[in-house]
Design a binder for this molecule. Structure first.
Ligand code: ADP
Length: 397
């Protein structure tokens, strides 16, 4: 099938057209700065790069522009067999990918309070896609769905039960599409059935999370009610004492939204280093002696190792692999090295030569021969969305 995958965010739309037979990406692009004055489109089609700059744009304009470019480069010819939408939160309602119906749209609306920045934009994406492609089947793929197999003792918070019963306050996790894709790929790379392996997956991009996956099912994850919990990320603090809210309110008079903003946008690698949220910049700066960058990388790796060790508890047995993925996980050498060093207590030993070439000569493995396995497995969320879209469409035929 030829599938158009859409990720409609509040100020951007990412699109990709994939062929599910060859698993090839036929074209991809990004429209940025929706809602501000310098809207722009950047797309790739083989070696061809397409750049368009606009003025003020909205989501309708952005999706029209994506459609226009895909027509111009010939990728839209003959239409699409299906459209797959990435949806950040499906709450407890959605445990798998679904065909878009009125009821499903209503379900996504009901989850808005769990993803107030994302779900409303996704709904606009669905509406605009229905306008552009009224007869093409559309499927929604949820970032939270994979984590719905977590046991109660992992997803509940230790707060009054009433808050779960009435307000659905619990841990949901995110990045589920990536953790699911990478789990299946890891089984393939280890040459073992997914239904027989226990792994910890670490998705390290701008957002970062770990998952404990046993026999293909998620048993725990580090993100919580929102993506703020858990690991240190590009601009998010990850785990922190909730009392910072009252502390900062008393000290500076900051209100909840200001503190939320600080913890989500000004913290993490950016906050610690005072330099950047980008791991590439930090690795370069730390090599030139920048103390903030050095500390940021060290804290990132220490927290990661600490939470990986926690995920091993959720596995209930020795991991068959610890898996690194995402922009940092796949590409950045020092954070992986430091993380594995912190896992010495569990018997892990890094092999610097293997790590340096990203495990490319050893099937992704970056640990020493006498160490349990840690490996790199590249993620591809768009491909999984396309494959799910195909599967859901075929199951309704
Ligand atoms: P997103 O979560 O937005 O999809 P990515 O998965 O692309 O983001 O991850 C972005 C992070 O990956 C950034 O911190 C970036 O510095 C890092 N990264 C990407 N490529 C490399 C590279 N070649 N070397 C080191 N770090 C990289």
């Amino acid at each position: 099938m030829k599938i158009l995958v859409l990720n409609t965010g509040s100020s951007s739309v990412k699109f990709q057209v994939l062929d599910t037979n060859t698993q090839a990406c036929l074209a991809s692009g990004l429209i940025e700065n929706i809602g501000s004055e310098n809207g722009r489109l950047r797309a790739k089609h083989g070696d061809e790069k397409i750049e368009r700059d606009f003025g003020q744009i909205d989501h309708k304009f952005a999706l029209d522009a994506a459609d226009k470019v895909l027509n111009e480069i010939g990728v839209a010819k003959g239409g699409y067999d299906g459209i797959g939408h990435r949806i950040v939160s499906g709450g407890e309602k959605f445990t798998e990918s679904m065909l878009v119906t009125d009821d499903v749209v209503k379900g996504i609306e009901d989850c808005i309070e769990l993803a107030p920045l994302h779900n409303p934009s996704h709904l606009v994406g669905i509406r605009e896609a229905l306008r552009l492609f009224p007869t093409t089947p559309q499927v929604v793929v949820f970032d939270t769905a994979f984590h719905q197999t977590m046991p109660e003792h992992a997803y509940m918070y230790a707060v009054p039960r009433k808050l779960y019963d009435e307000a659905h306050l619990r841990r949901y996790g995110a990045h589920g599409t990536s953790h699911r894709f990478v789990s299946a790929k890891t089984a393939e790379m280890l040459g073992r059935p997914l239904s027989e392996i226990a792994i910890v997956t670490a998705h390290l991009g701008n957002g970062c999370s770990c998952a404990a996956v046993v026999d293909g099912k998620c048993m725990d994850t580090t993100m919580g009610l929102t993506p703020l919990e858990g690991l240190i990320m590009g601009t998010r603090s990850g785990d922190i004492d909730p009392s910072v809210y009252s502390f900062l309110n008393k000290r500076y008079g900051w209100d909840i939204s200001r503190i939320n903003n600080m913890l989500n946008k000004d913290s993490g690698l950016l906050g610690i280093s005072g330099l950047s949220n980008d791991m590439r910049t930090l690795v370069n700066a730390s090599e030139s002696g920048h103390e903030g960058a050095k500390l940021a990388i060290e804290m990132f790796a220490y927290r990661l190792a600490k939470l990986i060790a926690g995920m091993v508890v959720a596995l209930g047995r020795k991991p068959d692999a610890i898996v690194f993925t995402g922009g940092i996980g796949e590409n950045s050498i020092p954070p992986r090295m430091l993380t594995i060093k912190h896992l010495a207590g569990l018997g892990y030993k890094i092999d610097d030569a293997k790590n340096k070439i990203h495990g490319s000569a050893t099937g992704g493995v970056i640990t020493a021969d006498d160490s349990p396995i840690a490996m790199i497995v590249p993620t591809n969320e768009e491909l999984l969305i396309a494959l799910d879209t195909e599967k859901v469409i075929n199951s309704k035929k």
